[in-house]
Design a protein around this ligand. Structure first.
Ligand code: SF4
Length: 207
């Protein structure tokens, strides 16, 4: 029996776990601490999935779709860009009022070697982008990116999301070990870009 939990429920809302691959390796990532989110195992048996696999699992949770759907799992959702797009299209076609959010590390353009944001207009309502640090040096320490110029890539992704009219939030995780995270500076960066700022406190083994 496979263990591909592509759809999971957290606090009564639907989340979609498209992949376990990521172009970051954040020291505070929940996947360093545990295998499940509220009892759902987040490690996929296979990365070989289709949009239909996700839709089949979504169809078992239709009563919760109106509360919104978030692409967020143990990996970077834009790595599965085509599937993300097809699933979002399915949701917007069948549930026109659904609010769709994507939690991302902001590397989607470099990952897909193209500008992905214009293709997501009308499909995604909000991006929550991991800012993670007030400068590149700390970002590289905390997030250990595997792509070149990752910090600037993420900042440019956020700027473009704001310009294109997506609701955009930039987030940090505070309280993880003794890193020199400057919340005021991070907030300033987000606001200068025109994004909202969110500070999530690190909860050991938590959500
Ligand atoms: S970007 Fe997100 S999924 Fe990737 S390692 Fe960091 S916290 Fe984990």
């Amino acid at each position: 029996m496979t263990n591909n939990n592509l759809v999971y429920i957290l606090d009564g809302k639907i989340y979609i776990n498209l992949t376990n691959a990521c172009t970051n390796d954040c020291k505070f990532c929940l996947r360093q601490q545990k295998d499940d989110v509220q009892g759902t195992n987040m490690w996929l048996d296979s990365e070989n999935i289709s949009a239909q696999d996700v839709i089949t699992q979504l169809e078992k949770q239709t009563d919760k779709i109106s509360k919104g759907v978030t692409f967020c799992g143990y990996g970077e959702p834009t790595i599965k860009f085509d599937i993300l797009k097809d699933v979002a299209q399915y949701l917007k076609t069948n549930y026109p009022n659904v609010f769709i959010k994507v939690n991302t590390n902001g590397h989607g353009n470099i990952i897909n070697k193209k500008d992905i944001l214009p293709e997501l207009k009308g499909l995604v309502d909000e991006f929550s982008i991991s800012l993670n640090a007030q400068n590149e040096e700390l970002y590289n320490l905390l997030s250990q990116p595997k792509v070149n110029d990752a910090y600037n890539e993420m900042l440019n992704f956020a700027k473009e999301a704001v310009t294109l009219g997506f609701k955009t939030t930039m987030s940090v995780v505070s309280g993880f070990e003794n890193y020199d995270l400057n919340l005021k500076e991070c907030e300033k960066i987000a606001h200068k870009i025109g994004a909202e700022f969110r500070n999530r406190e690190f909860i050991p083994n938590g959500y």
